[in-house]
Design a protein around this ligand. Structure first.
Ligand code: SF4
Ligand code: F3S
Length: 106
């Protein structure tokens, strides 16, 4: 499966959802997640993210391992998203800021 990680938080560009053939992205207030049981590992979304926030599960950086469980957990409660929308207002300013998990809204 693929996993959305820290740098999506407060950016949420949503380019990723447009290319997913199985529509397995789920949307929270300032972050998106991938449902691990629905993702077919096609890898199409990974290069689409302007924030480089998407990784294959086995390539998630060591300091972001918690996002594997977080994607699984939040995909069960958040609504599905299948169409691109505007990124969050300050997305460019937040792109690249480390440790944004402290701002994650559920
Ligand atoms: Fe969707 Fe493919 Fe990305 Fe999985 S790897 S979330 S199936 S686009
Ligand atoms: Fe997030 Fe990147 Fe998609 S910032 S919403 S994972 S395009």
């Amino acid at each position: 499966t693929f996993v959305v990680t820290d740098n999506c938080i407060k950016c949420k560009y949503t380019d990723c959802v447009e290319v997913c053939p199985v529509d397995c992205f789920y949307e929270g207030p300032n972050f998106l997640v991938i449902h691990p049981d629905e993702c077919i590992d096609c890898a199409l979304c990974e290069p689409e993210c302007p924030a480089n926030a998407i990784y294959s599960e086995d390539e998630v950086p060591a300091d972001q391992q918690q996002f594997i469980e977080l994607n699984a957990e939040l995909a069960e409660t958040w609504p599905n998203i299948t169409e691109k929308k505007d990124s969050l207002a300050d997305a460019e300013e937040w792109d690249g800021v480390e440790g944004k998990i402290q701002y994650l809204e559920k």
